[in-house]
Design a protein around this ligand. Structure first.
Ligand code: G6P
Length: 606
């Protein structure tokens, strides 16, 4: 998936396009490009790699058009090189595209047999040739685009400008997000409102199947059949400020360090701090009669859901079904009507999560979403929105969004437990008090961050690392392994500690470090047995615990002790050491911590 932007301006728009693309880099960063139309002539600049490469080209040879489109790419079809970078164009039309054209092969074969010459391996280029063909046969740009949209299958958002038309841009949305920005005699298109924030706060969100014809003074939105439709213009609260790293070397470091503050902020929203009880605004699900919760999400957000499963089942005796969204969307899972379907997403745009949400709605579930971006598609399509107050997360590897998701889910589990009669009033106060203590405990972990530099040396340059945990520490082991592989490129796997003997133990030797997440809870002794099994085979243990004595007595290669807290809040607390371990290993290895290779922050394709 990718980020797209379009501007019909009154000055040269190239710099503004690049500025908007900077805000969209979270959607992909393997190449970038812009195209403008100047006195009817289309021009284009593209560059492989990060935006700064494109910026350099622009400095050398500025584009002067007052109308333009821009793109930052995460490759789906075709390698991330310059010829596959967007915009794709002929002399008649230039197109930027986010998403996948599923029938591109058939369309390309047909176009080539008719003599079209393709310059890239992308699916996008078929759109360019199809529109050019329509224009060549005498159709107006609006008719040409409408005719082509009907031929495309898949999920996509596009922005299109035309040779010979300095005051025209067409956008279309099917599946992938696209917003229209309204300025003073200027018009904008962007993958999200954040991209448009420096230019306007008046935004409307296109709906699936919509396409829009823009001039500097008008926006005509049409549905698939070509009928004009109204879409409300809302005030966007996206900040025009580009977030900076502060005193930190990376956004990821800054975001790890922000956790005490943003967790406290999130708690302030979900907790009555005068009584230490949970209050969830705008959420009227009756947990008492609720038959089941179905949770679905992707990546790190999925692991937050997995922790929540342990909480809902243990503290509220509420059955939870959970699956990654890419599986759940196609499983055709039967669902009893009236259940709660809960989606977790930092961006609120992840394509698989959104598709699962729509499936669950068809299955007559109440739909609730824990999201960090309140204006996102997932938020807009949910019956109840549970915002995380993490603030913008820029590092591709999720950290503060994860712990804020856990914070919201912990509050929800307490509410469910109370309403279902499994948590007493006093127990509620006790659990909320433990949550309120968390920012302080996390700060104390962060004060000892320097210890991770040394531990990370033990991981760096290893080929494989195993992470083990039991109970609610198991999802933290999975998250720890994901963090490490995402940013250091070391192969890492998280396992339920008890599963070790069913396979992964075969991997253990002195070259395979094993990170064990082992708070001293009711499962601690079981996990110790698994550590013994590792030690007996020469494995190097990195022990993360909350028990000083255990850390001293167990012959671990290294250990880190977090403050003693309640077993309920331990997943939140232990999330931080696994983040720090991954971060310092990646720094030691010299990888691109904030924008690791091949990844993107928001994945809006399947
Ligand atoms: C991508 C990101 C992950 C994230 C996942 C789900 O893979 O790199 O960090 O956990 O998407 O994203 P979401 O925005 O739905 O939480």
């Amino acid at each position: 998936m990718c980020g797209i932007v379009g501007i019909l301006g009154t000055q040269p728009v190239a710099d503004d396009l690049v500025d908007a693309l900077k805000r969209l880099e979270y959607r992909g960063y393997d190449s970038a490009g812009i195209s403008t139309v100047e006195n009817g002539v289309l021009g284009r600049l593209r560059a492989k790699g990060k935006l700064k490469n494109l910026q350099k080209r622009l400095n050398e040879a500025p584009l002067q058009g007052h109308a333009g489109i821009g793109h930052t790419r995460w490759a789906t079809h075709g390698a991330p090189n310059e010829s596959n970078a967007h915009p794709h164009m002929t002399d008649k039309v230039a197109v930027v595209h986010n998403g996948i054209i599923e029938n591109f092969k058939a369309l390309r074969d047909k176009l080539e047999s008719e003599g079209a010459h393709f310059e890239s391996d992308t699916d996008t280029e078929v759109i360019v040739h199809l529109i050019s063909e329509e224009l060549a046969s005498g159709r107006a740009p609006e008719q040409a685009v409408h005719g082509v949209l009907a031929q495309l299958e898949g999920a996509f958002a596009i922005a299109v400008i035309f040779g010979g038309h300095d005051d025209l841009m067409i956008g279309a949305r099917r599946g992938s997000p696209l917003a229209i920005g309204y300025g003073e005699d200027q018009m904008y298109l962007g993958s999200d409102a954040i991209a448009l924030a420096p230019f306007t706060d008046r935004v409307s969100y296109m709906e699936d199947g919509d396409w829009v014809i823009l001039t500097r003074s008008s926006a005509t939105i049409l549905d698939e059949g070509g009928q004009e439709v109204e879409r409300k213009i809302t005030k966007s609260f996206a900040s025009a400020m580009l977030v900076d790293k502060g005193n930190h070397r990376h956004f990821m470091a800054k975001e790890i360090h922000q956790q005490p503050e943003v967790i406290a902020h999130t708690l302030g929203y979900y907790v009555d701090l005068t009584k230490n009880i949970v209050k969830i605004p705008d959420f009227d699900i009756d947990f008492k009669t609720l038959p089941r919760i179905t949770i679905s999400a992707c990546g790190t957000a999925y692991y937050a859901g997995l922790v929540a499963k342990y909480w809902f089942e243990r503290y509220a005796r509420l059955p939870v079904e959970i699956d990654v969204a890419s599986e759940m969307r196609y499983r055709e899972a039967p669902m009893e009507p009236g259940g709660l379907a809960l989606f977790i997403s930092q961006s609120g745009e992840t394509a698989d999560t959104l598709a699962t949400l729509r499936y669950c709605r068809e299955q007559k579930q109440h739909v609730a979403a824990v999201v960090n971006v309140k204006e996102s598609t997932i938020a807009r399509e949910s019956d109840a929105v549970l915002p995380t107050l993490a603030g913008p997360e820029i590092g591709v590897a999720s950290t503060k969004a994860f712990t804020c998701q856990l914070t919201v889910l912990a509050c929800l589990a307490i509410k469910a437990g109370r309403e279902r009669g499994h948590i007493s009033k006093d127990e509620e106060v006790e659990l909320v008090t433990q949550l309120v203590e968390l920012p302080r405990h996390i700060s104390s972990v962060l004060k000892n961050e320097h210890l991770f530099e040394k531990i990370a040396h033990g991981l760096a340059h290893k080929r494989d690392v195993l992470y083990l945990g039991r109970g609610s520490s198991y999802p933290i082991a999975l998250e720890g392994a994901l963090k490490l592989k995402e940013i250091s490129y070391i192969h890492a796997e998280g396992y339920a500690a008890g599963e070790l003997k069913h396979g992964p133990i075969a991997l253990i030797d002195e070259d395979v470090p094993v990170v064990v997440v082992a708070p001293k809870d009711d499962l601690f002794e079981k996990t110790v047995s698994n550590m013994q099994e590792v030690a007996a085979r020469g494995g190097q243990i990195i022990l993360l615990t909350d028990d000083q004595e255990a850390a001293e007595n167990f012959n671990a290669a290294s250990s880190f002790v977090v403050p003693k807290a309640h077993s309920f809040t331990n997943p939140l607390l232990f999330a931080v050491p696994v983040q720090l371990l991954a971060y310092h290993t990646a720094v030691f290895m010299g990888t691109d911590v904030d924008q690791p290779r091949n990844l993107a922050k928001s994945v809006t394709v399947e």
